[in-house]
Write a protein that binds this ligand. Structure first.
Ligand code: TXA
Ligand code: MG
Length: 350
């Protein structure tokens, strides 16, 4: 398949491109497009055949359900049933935006998109291109992150091209994504709403609007027997080809220990890199040090994480060392993804 790649710049007239992409979606094609979180690979959520193409293009397990993207809160009633009052409060406050809500599903939604679950994930993205595309197509768009299954989600069009060129009909370039981590997933079918995947919209932000919110046990308890309730969270994710070693502990001690490991690995001929905050960069001794952002700028660190993990693969890095980041705000989501990338292991230095 030949993939058409269209670039939409901030002040461009995007109508023609959006209109062609919307037609493609209506006719059962695949379109990769930007959202404010990460790029998505979209298909008509009401067509089993179109949705199946997504699973094939991504190499995604078919029991991992997809998010249906819509453009208006009025659409929710078509695809969800038994909508609890708290859900309306949350939708009014956080949509459009980086929040996905899990509802009981209506019979318009098929097993292909939900992986056989009796629930459906819905989201209204805030990215202008995404919103215009969904509104123009006027159908719900099933869209997982536009990466090959297991790789970091794409935060720039080059990542999408790398993974999906030749596998989708159209790729729309809308520049780098703002947030850089996938949406928060909140299940409102439980008595107390439950966060299944952390993101930019945090537990505190949700609690300020609706009162108590839980974190899924799999997010706080490091016991491999706990199965996450978002099926996608159980898979090996984001892991770079090299080994990622995540180090937690007092700053000076951890840096000293990392420098020692780097020296040993480099001496035995390995390709090694460090992910550092801008504050710590001068303390590291390593041929390759990538700056992820300033230590208190949690948004910047989140936005750069996936691109840095992809760079490590491009440069064939065999060992990657990083200290843990502060788990405040979006930092909790950053650490969730980073811990997965490190194979759910942390090395404690004390
Ligand atoms: O930011 C995002 O959410 C991006 C952009 C493109 O919108 N999309 C995204 O989709 O990250 P995906 O498919 O890569 O991740 C969806 C997550 C998975 O962990 C999946 O298991 C979970 O949401 N999920 C989807 N439907 C669910 C359901 N009915 N119940 C529980 N978890 C569900
Ligand atoms: Mg994904």
């Amino acid at each position: 398949m030949i993939t058409k790649i269209y670039h939409i710049k901030a002040n461009n007239e995007p109508r023609r491109i959006i209109s062609e992409a919307a037609k493609c979606l209506i006719n059962g094609g695949l379109v990769a497009f930007p959202t404010e979180t990460v790029y998505g690979i979209g298909a008509n959520a009401l067509s089993d055949e179109a949705v199946k193409k997504i699973y094939i293009a991504k190499g995604r397990p078919s029991d991992n359900p997809l998010i249906a993207h819509i453009h208006d809160i009025k659409e929710v009633g078509k695809y969800a049933v038994d909508i609890p009052p708290v859900a309306y409060k949350i939708m009014d406050k956080f949509w459009p935006g980086p929040l996905t809500i899990i509802f009981k599903r209506s019979n318009l939604i098929s097993d292909t998109i939900t992986g056989g679950l009796n629930t459906i994930a819905l989201r209204i993205p805030s990215n202008e291109i995404a919103r215009q595309l969904i509104a123009e197509a006027n159908i719900p768009i099933a869209a997982p992150s536009a990466n090959i299954s297991g790789r970091p989600s794409p935060t720039d069009v080059n990542h999408v091209i790398e993974d999906l060129e030749g596998k989708v009909d159209i790729i729309i370039d809308g520049g780098p994504t703002d947030i850089g981590l996938e949406s928060t997933v909140l299940d409102v079918t439980t008595t107390i709403p439950t966060i299944l995947r952390p993101g930019k919209i945090t537990k505190n932000m949700l609690e300020a609007v609706i009162g108590e919110v839980r974190l899924d046990d799999a997010l706080t308890i490091s016991d491999h027997n706990i199965i996450p309730r978002a099926p996608g969270m159980k898979y090996k994710h984001y892991a770079p080809k090299g080994r990622l070693i995540l180090v937690e502990g007092e700053e000076d001690l951890s840096i000293k220990q990392i420098n020692k490991w780097v020296k040993e690995k480099e001496a035995s001929g390995h390709k090694v890199a460090i992910i550092s905050t801008s504050e710590n960069v001068d303390q590291y001794q390593c041929h390759i040090v990538k700056i992820i952002g300033s230590k208190d700028n949690h948004d910047q660190i989140a936005a750069n994480l996936f691109a840095i993990l992809r760079q490590m693969d491009e440069e064939n890095i065999e060992f990657i060392y990083t200290r843990a980041f502060i788990e405040e705000d979006i930092g909790f989501a950053t650490m969730n993804r980073l811990t997965k990338a490190a194979g759910n292991k942390k090395v404690l230095i004390d």
